[in-house]
Design a protein around this ligand. Sequence first.
Ligand SMILES: *[C@@H]1O[C@H](CO)[C@@H](O)[C@H](O)[C@H]1NC(C)=O
Ligand SMILES: *[C@@H]1O[C@H](CO)[C@@H](O)[C@H](O)[C@H]1NC(C)=O
Ligand SMILES: *[C@@H]1O[C@H](CO)[C@@H](O)[C@H](O)[C@H]1NC(C)=O
Ligand SMILES: *[C@@H]1O[C@H](CO)[C@@H](O)[C@H](O)[C@H]1NC(C)=O
Ligand SMILES: *[C@@H]1O[C@H](CO)[C@@H](O)[C@H](O)[C@H]1NC(C)=O
Ligand SMILES: *[C@@H]1O[C@H](CO)[C@@H](O)[C@H](O)[C@H]1NC(C)=O
Length: 404
Amino acid sequence: MGCGRQGSGKYSTLDGTPLPLFARQRAASRSSLRRLLCLGIVVFSLLNALTWHSLLHHQSIASNERMLALRAAPGAPLMTHGEALEAMYPWSADRVPLSHNHSRPCTQQHTILIVADMDRDSRNGSVWESSLRRGSLCLLLNGSYTVDWLDEVPLRSTLNQGGRGMELSTLTWFSGKLLACDDRTGVVYHILGGHPHPEVILADGDGSTAGKGFKCEWASVRHGQLYLGSVGREMTNARNEVLHRNSQYVKVIDSSGSVQHLNWTAQYEALRAAANTSRPGYLWHEAAVWDDLHDRWLFWPRKESREAYNPKDDESRGSNLILTASGSAFETVHYARAGEHIMNRGFSSVKLLPHAPDIAIALRTEEVDGRVASFVCVVHTNGTVLMTDTFIADRKYEGIEVAV
Ligand SMILES: *[C@@H]1O[C@H](CO)[C@@H](O)[C@H](O)[C@H]1NC(C)=O
Ligand SMILES: *[C@@H]1O[C@H](CO)[C@@H](O)[C@H](O)[C@H]1NC(C)=O
Ligand SMILES: *[C@@H]1O[C@H](CO)[C@@H](O)[C@H](O)[C@H]1NC(C)=O
Ligand SMILES: *[C@@H]1O[C@H](CO)[C@@H](O)[C@H](O)[C@H]1NC(C)=O
Ligand SMILES: *[C@@H]1O[C@H](CO)[C@@H](O)[C@H](O)[C@H]1NC(C)=O
Ligand SMILES: *[C@@H]1O[C@H](CO)[C@@H](O)[C@H](O)[C@H]1NC(C)=O
């Protein structure tokens, strides 16, 4: 009858390995009765009742109405598993890999997405490329976590500045959209259907003097607004004299797309003071997240140093610090350390888990002598490690988002 036919297509590999494909739930809304019957069989045999419920909900709203609704309202605060799938695959893709391995003994499963920053390797002729990889996070009965990687799709754009582009370094669900920011152009992309759609351009510094794109490195939603930050360190010359402080600005986007430019010099200096890395030392940030439960910011630095910056030594100044900052100017800063301090490795993205807001999933990156690698870990905000660094690939992934 053709129900179980395994498709093969460009969206069916991970690291070159072909993946089994399954009929997409959404296909029912626009295809024949026969496909509807097939879909029912596939759905009931493969998916649990919860997924079926969200599927019905999705199909009940026409896509146009839904797009308008997104623009008018802030949208749901959390990405669903179905929305993660919609970010990766076009409407026309009827067959996609399954989201979870249901034979794993998990008490919780979350879809996770990560996005790549391939630096100069992003360029392929006149196209710039990143990629979006999907995984499944599993909480085991004994309280530890594992991750399975499921599939990966390329994200391509022709937008660039000076020959660089699509160096995506953040991934955040905001206002009903999956957003990723390019740290070269400062373009915030809306990722939908496997394509990056330019949404907002962020100017560097105070927004009116720098004349270039913002070097966005972290992003988090706080009180219905999207905060995007940079590395938080002043730019210096070879004699360690300060050239400018553009990287200490933070951009705040509201759901209508308007941008504010905030001077966060005081906040970044407070973090530095607490870590004993005030000038000439420094912290370098790529991972931060707002903790709504405790009304505080969490900063997980990529680098920490008590000595002045230089590009060579910087490679082995990785950090395992978790800084928690409260108060409008970060009047109170505490710290913990996450597991082992591996000098070449530091945090490049972090998100709190929807079912356990004191537990974070984080990406850690190594970048030494031109060799790069990424790892994923799960850590309690007090520093207790629940999943040790698990190798992902010899590639830099700098943004992570978690679905409910
Ligand atoms: C799914 O999980 C089971 C049990 O842990 C494992 O044996 C199997 O290899 C997994 N399948 C895939 C496709 O990862
Ligand atoms: C570059 O783009 C071409 C055409 O889309 C594609 O066939 C090729 O695989 C790409 N190369 C890399 C290294 O991604
Ligand atoms: C939990 O169980 C898994 C799989 O059996 C095992 O690999 C892991 O080490 C266990 N964790 C703890 C903290 O015991
Ligand atoms: C930014 O804030 C710092 C610390 O509060 C202050 O010293 C500095 O003058 C401010 N920069 C600008 C351009 O206003
Ligand atoms: C900073 O120095 C103080 C005083 O020596 C010490 O108590 C604190 O633990 C240090 N902080 C870090 C992050 O190492
Ligand atoms: C961190 O929190 C966990 C869970 O609440 C707890 O079991 C552990 O003892 C705490 N560790 C520290 C160092 O406070």
